[in-house]
Design a binder for this molecule. Structure first.
Ligand code: ADP
Ligand code: ZN
Length: 762
């Protein structure tokens, strides 16, 4: 009888022992094989049956096991174990779900490392690493998803030339497409980039062409690789490319390149030789940066299909890309945070674009940072890792300056574009409309009249951040969060941006009954309305999380902006993320002064990144661009430094300040959060934590103090920060403390978590 240890996704750190009856083992093997036979249409080889009976093959496979009253999917972490329990006491595995491991040994090692590093139960870590479809309790085997690719080709019943000429006499575009396909069948995705859907449909309806789905074989992409025209790299790009190409094995490189310096072009050129050698490349991009435009650029350059992984995919689509990466049938995989867990058959390189972006850190459950995982994985796979940003995180910059990473600088914009001018607008005492100073409105008018686009940033979505009674001063708050509710006029309601609670827009004050309700402050909705009335001759578009909700919405808006359907772009952070708007010549930033006075030591870094990224949307082609920042504090040193000396100067100075203040990245932190409906419980738990940590000599204990969002959904939120100069020491003492904490009775009464290297204290 064989005993295995299984990791199960429960909040417990141990593994669980199960026995496998021989009958089950062979049984499942046979079922599995007949299923693969069906899926692939090939005869089962006896080799896999033999391999299957080898116990080690079970490592990393999923098993269905009884767990209390439930059945759970677990992952086999150890085989042939000597259980501490009598065999007769052990429960049996119900079913073995895989014929080959879903987690390679490397993934299992990664999982174990993450479990220790992030102080998180191994079972839950391993389940995070897998696509959701594999985590579900399904006893049916996951069939190997068959990758197909749509092609357009001439219709099987080809028509005579004269007939074709007649049918297409009225449409030049349809004729062009027909001629293209006459030469050879083409991939639908690439045709879609050149011809509209109506033209394609027109030809299909006339029965001149047809769509066929072709099953792609693993590795087939290498044959399809065809490099389309590319710009000659400038001197700095050329140096970056040769430095990276020379990297042999694991090496981390930080590209610090100003906005529009041609980082993406560098990525394209460094992965070319890798793809030609049949190697796969994994590219991580921020949540909002993964648009068809980004993907299209890679597909167009290399003529191969790019696999994408993002939150808009359903479980099956996600599983399919994951499997294709694993079996080597995708050359390029572009994805957001969790795609860092994609396995590749022939890994060649990992790239993290906009590496400073906060969406790379998961803020709930397992609080991992994809950039940290990327470093671990690149080392494990012995491949280069490229981090790129115009505004690198101070963490990465520190590593580059300390020579732990190679540092590559692209200080100039590529092509004919020049850096935008950056200016401060002192608005003290200025007449304002919708939060915009009159002087700025004049500047907007000039750019608009010249046929250019103007972008206006405000950090609040909705109509106004608060509803106020003019009679009694009452502000409508969310009762569960003690926070003003945002007025949304288009939806005609009040919304709490913390807990997403929604209420009807009241007509009278809830406190005094008067009907003189006034809004306070300006959000994107109001700004859009205001600009529409001030500039009636120009079309305004709003880009915020309300208007981009839904599949394909953001890309549609971005496309329409680039087609110049709109001249005024109003939006939040989303507008700052890497987009290429060649006709934007003026970027206007409103309302960021409060960040100058934030208690968060990371606030200056975040603000400088935001301003620089926003400003980087201006003047990206041959038209000169400028950024204006409205402020009541034009003399503030942060703004002065940033505007006059640029981000790279600011960042180096900020690093120095962090050093003097003994803050990250010079020292290391973990944050313990606790939440409870009872304020005193939340604080009390952290006080007990503090007592435990103060025993450790080389750890500083800060707090407890309230989180920046002090109350959310009725729960009071508090934090405790533990800091040390040694990451290793911090890791060890946290591990010890974690055990002690879990045993405290009060730990069962609050929601608490450990956040390693926290970046957000809300
Ligand atoms: P980044 O990723 O740094 O924002 P991109 O790679 O998107 O920069 O480049 C910005 C613009 O400059 C793009 O339109 C790109 O096609 C163009 N570009 C990049 N490199 C060159 C080059 N060497 N010569 C001419 N144009 C270039
Ligand atoms: Zn709320």
């Amino acid at each position: 009888m064989q005993v295995i240890q299984v990791a199960i996704a429960v909040p417990m750190s141990q593994l669980f022992d199960y026995k496998i009856d021989n009958a089950i083992a062979t049984d499942s093997a046979m079922i599995e094989l007949s299923q693969t036979e069906l899926a692939s249409g090939e005869a089962a080889s006896t080799a896999s049956v033999v391999a299957r009976s080898d116990n080690n093959e079970l490592l990393g496979c999923r098993v269905l096991v009884p767990f209390g009253p439930r059945k759970c999917v677990g992952i086999v972490l150890r085989v042939d174990v000597e259980s501490d329990y009598a065999i007769s006491k052990l429960k049996s595995v119900i079913e073995i779900l895989d014929s080959s491991p879903v987690c390679s040994e490397q993934m299992l090692t990664l999982g174990q490392w993450m479990s220790e590093y992030y102080h998180y139960p191994i079972g839950e870590v391993l389940h995070t690493l897998l696509p959701a479809a594999l985590r579900k309790q399904q006893s049916g085997k996951t069939k190997a998803a068959v990758a197909t690719q749509s092609y357009l080709q001439l219709h099987a019943a080809t028509k005579a030339h004269s007939e074709v000429d007649e049918l297409l006499a009225r449409s030049v575009k349809q004729f062009d497409l027909y001629c293209l396909l006459e030469k050879s069948a083409q991939r639908l995705s690439s045709i879609k980039q050149q011809f509209s859907a109506a033209i394609i449909k027109g030809l299909i309806d006339k029965l001149l062409i047809e769509k066929v789905d072709v099953v792609e074989k693993p590795d087939e992409w290498t044959a399809q690789l065809s490099i389309s025209e590319k710009p000659l790299p400038n001197v700095e790009q050329a140096m970056a490319i040769s430095t990276i190409n020379l990297a042999n094995g694991f090496d981390t490189m930080l590209i610090e390149g100003v906005t529009g310096s041609g980082k993406t072009e560098v990525y394209l050129q460094i992965i070319e030789p890798l793809l030609a050698a049949g190697k796969q490349v994994l590219i991580l991009v921020p949540e909002i940066g993964l648009t068809p435009q980004t993907v299209g650029r890679f597909e167009k350059r290399f003529g191969i299909r790019v696999g994408t992984l993002h939150s808009n995919l359903n479980d099956t689509e996600r599983l399919q890309v994951w499997q294709q990466a694993k079996d080597g049938s995708l050359g390029i995989i572009i994805g957001t945070r969790s795609s860092i867990f994609t396995e590749m058959k022939n890994p060649g390189m990992i790239i993290v674009d906009e590496e400073h972006d906060e969406s790379f850190k998961q803020q709930d459950n397992l609080k991992y940072h994809a950039r940290d995982i990327a470093v671990y994985r690149a080392r494990q796979l012995n491949i280069p890792l490229v981090l790129g940003s115009a505004t690198p995180s101070l963490e990465s910059l520190h590593n580059a300056l300390e020579k732990k990473y190679r540092h590559i600088l692209l200080p100039n914009r590529a092509g004919s574009a020049a850096m935008p001018a950056q200016r401060l607008m002192n608005i003290k005492g200025q007449p304002m409309q919708y939060g915009i100073a009159q002087g700025m409105l004049d500047k907007m008018q000039i750019q608009l009249d010249a046929g250019n686009q103007v972008m206006v940033f405000v950090n609040r979505r909705g109509y106004a951040p608060a509803l106020l009674c003019h009679q009694c001063g009452h502000v409508e708050n969310c009762a569960r969060c003690d926070n003003p509710m945002t007025v949304h006029k288009s939806a005609n309601n009040l919304q709490c941006h913390r807990c997403a609670d929604i209420r009807h827009l009241p007509k009278v004050c809830a406190e005094c009954g008067h009907n003189e309700l006034d809004t306070f402050g300006v959000g994107t909705e109001q700004l859009q309305q205001g600009l529409e009335s001030l500039f009636p001759d120009y079309a305004t578009v709003r880009v915020d999380s309300d208007t981009v909700r839904g599949k394909g919405k953001l890309s549609k808006l971005l496309q329409e902006i680039n087609q110049k359907k709109y001249q005024i772009l109003v939006g939040t952070q989303i507008l700052s993320k890497g987009h290429h708007f060649p006709d934007v010549t003026l970027v206007l930033i409103l309302n960021v002064d409060s960040a100058l006075f934030s208690a968060d030591f990371r606030a200056p870094e975040k603000l400088a990144q935001l301003i620089t990224q926003l400003s980087g949307r201006a003047g990206r082609s041959d038209k000169a661009g400028e950024m204006w920042l409205q402020t009541h504090c034009p003399e503030h040193p942060l703004l002065q430094d940033l505007i006059n000396n640029g981000f790279s100067d600011f960042a180096r100075y900020a690093l120095l300040e962090r050093k003097h203040a003994a803050l990250p990245p010079h020292e290391h932190q973990i944050c313990i959060r606790s939440e409870s409906h009872h304020k005193h419980l939340s604080v009390h738990f952290l006080q007990l934590c503090a007592q435990i940590f103060t025993q450790f000599k080389h750890a500083k204990v800060l707090g407890p103090f309230p989180a920046f969002i002090e109350k959310k959904q009725g729960r009071y939120r508090n934090l405790l920060i533990i800091q040390s100069a040694s990451r290793k020491y911090l890791q060890q003492v946290t591990e010890q403390a974690n055990k002690a904490l879990s045993e405290m009775p009060v730990s069962k009464q609050v929601r608490w978590s450990i956040d390693v290297s926290p970046i957000d204290f809300s």
